[in-house]
Design a protein around this ligand. Structure first.
Ligand code: 5AD
Ligand code: SF4
Length: 498
């Protein structure tokens, strides 16, 4: 599926200096060419917007693309006004695809009113040949398109598009080496994602990720720790370690041909502990864990490192052992619940969140009963519930699909329980004081700011903008089910006396 190569990049560029072959020199070279081109040809500067669909990986990729565009000289603007709109797409579920096509249709008329207006597409959807073919024929006004393996080539594609005035489509198969992009433009100056691995080897039967993001490749600890050190020096205090299955980190390092089939000497627990040891880092999060690979060693490391946030996202997908097998998940309802017990015994306050899918082929009412049983027994703090959607090329797409109305009714039945349990769980900290990292001004309640507990709970409380980026103790006064209203601990009198 990821073998699609459509490329019309000119091999010769009209430039004086030779084009560097190595990275990152090559990206830097094209960044400065784009920069010069825009300066010389466009009096007013250009603006951009990146619209991101999907997971944290995409969010972080978009931050890097923003960094590149800003180095070129673009400034960020709302999507409605921007001269360049890039969609970083997701293809995990069908509805995200439909949303993209809807969006594209709406943007077309802007080409008439703004002569500089450009549309770019990237992300997981672009690794699907059928999608690229459809864009190619039905959306000729898209200016450039690239996939998940060539993000670093944005400046080169953009330059070719600006200079040659022709649309650039480049989707590559999985490369041997991954080229990093430096200098992300972070939404929050105090927190950042860090990729620890790319791709996935699990081939859950419903999932398209292994096809569009390639095989699992771990980055070396040296590279990761260097990134974290640089981020810490730049004021970042909270790190989110990112991977499709962080618990198998280290079983397949990049540039190493053999895959280890046992726990590696330097695996995720070791990496996590090393990240905690970097000066300036106050909180470490990670995402996503696979229940089959979450080891007791990792639980011990979390327990002895207070910097690791007490929040584990542990997708279960379904509570039915029969369906888990059909999904190729390699665990059972019972083994999942045992794992939850072990986690809760070692980390009593931990927040556990999960992903659940409804409507997988072959599912019965009894299977949903099993899922509901696990939701209650595992007492999830939050569960992200999805209706299964068949993805072309995955084994489950070839199985007999269930009727939509049956799936919708089951989905609602599950959602009611998920909400009831999450509501109850959220209330467990009412009346206690928790350390918050203050993230932003609250856009609903004037004079309030919003912070996050290590358990990933949001708290809105009266406070000044100057608190953003700081860690402060806050009394969680009232649980609202999925968030809290709080009050800065011990500062009530100070606020009143002002
Ligand atoms: N249909 C619906 N949901 C899916 N997910 C992955 N693939 C599909 C699919 N084909 C969900 C899983 C996963 C989350 C990121 O998306 O629950 O954990
Ligand atoms: Fe998809 Fe399974 Fe890999 Fe997660 S672990 S990305 S659900 S194949």
């Amino acid at each position: 599926m990821n073998q699609c190569v459509i490329s019309n990049i000119p091999t010769e560029f009209q430039v004086e200096k030779p084009v560097p072959e190595k990275e990152p020199e090559r990206q830097d070279f094209f960044i400065s060419l784009c920069r010069n081109y825009i300066k010389q040809n466009l009096e007013k500067g250009l603006t951009y917007a990146i619209v991101t669909f999907g997971c944290q990986m995409n969010v972080y990729d978009s931050e890097r693309l923003k960094g590149v565009l800003e180095r070129i000289g673009y400034t960020e603007a709302p999507e409605k006004e921007a001269d360049l709109v890039i969609f970083n797409t997701c293809t995990v579920r069908e509805n995200a695809n439909q949303r993209l096509y809807g969006h594209l249709g709406q943007l077309k008329p802007r080409k008439k009113t703004n002569p500089h207006f450009m549309i770019g597409l990237c992300g997981c959807m672009m690794q699907e040949p059928e999608v690229v073919a459809k864009i190619n024929t039905s959306y000729p006004f898209v200016d450039f398109l690239f996939g998940t393996f060539n993000l670093h080539r944005l400046p080169e594609l953009l330059y070719a598009r600006l200079q040659e005035n022709k649309r650039m489509i480049e989707v590559l198969p999985e490369p041997k080496e991954h080229v990093e992009i430096r200098g992300a433009k972070r939404k929050y100056p105090f927190k950042s994602g860090v990729n620890i691995m790319y791709g996935c080897n699990n081939f859950c039967t419903y999932c398209i990720v292994p096809y569009v993001r390639g095989r699992e490749r771990s980055r070396t600890p040296e590279d990761i720790l260097q990134d974290v050190r640089e981020l810490a020096e730049d004021g970042v205090t909270e790190i989110m370690l990112l991977g499709q299955n962080v618990n198998s980190y280290g079983t397949n390092f990049m540039e190493q041909s053999e895959i280890i089939d046992h726990e590696p000497e330097y695996g995720f627990p070791e990496l996590l502990e090393a990240v905690c040891g970097i000066p300036g880092i106050m909180r470490v999060r990670f995402m996503t864990s696979h229940p089959k690979d979450l080891s007791e060693k990792l639980i011990r490391v979390i327990a002895r490192n207070p910097k690791v946030c007490r929040h584990i996202h542990l997708p279960i997908q379904t509570g039915s052992t029969k369906l888990l097998q059909a999904m190729n998940r390699h665990y059972t309802k019972e083994s999942y619940l045992e794992l939850v017990e072990k986690i809760r015994a070692a980390l009593p306050d931990v927040s556990l969140t999960t992903d659940i899918m409804v409507g997988f082929p072959g599912e019965t009412e009894e299977d949903i009963d099993d899922t509901i049983d696990v939701v209650r027994r595992a007492a999830f703090d939050q569960a992200f519930t999805f209706i299964y959607s068949p993805r072309t090329g995955t084994p489950a797409a070839a199985m007999e699909q269930l009727p939509e109305d049956v799936v919708k009714a089951r989905f609602q039945r599950l959602l009611d329980v998920v909400n009831e349990v999450a509501h109850r769980r959220c209330g467990r900290f009412e009346g206690t004081v928790k350390q918050l990292l203050v993230e932003e001004e609250n856009d609903q309640i004037p004079g309030y700011v919003t912070g996050r507990t290590e358990e990933n709970l949001l708290v809105h409380f009266p406070g000044e903008k100057s608190l953003i980026g700081q860690y402060i103790p806050v009394l969680l006064k009232e649980s609202k089910g999925f968030y809290y209203i709080g009050e800065a601990d011990g500062t009530e009198n100070t606020l009143e006396s002002e």
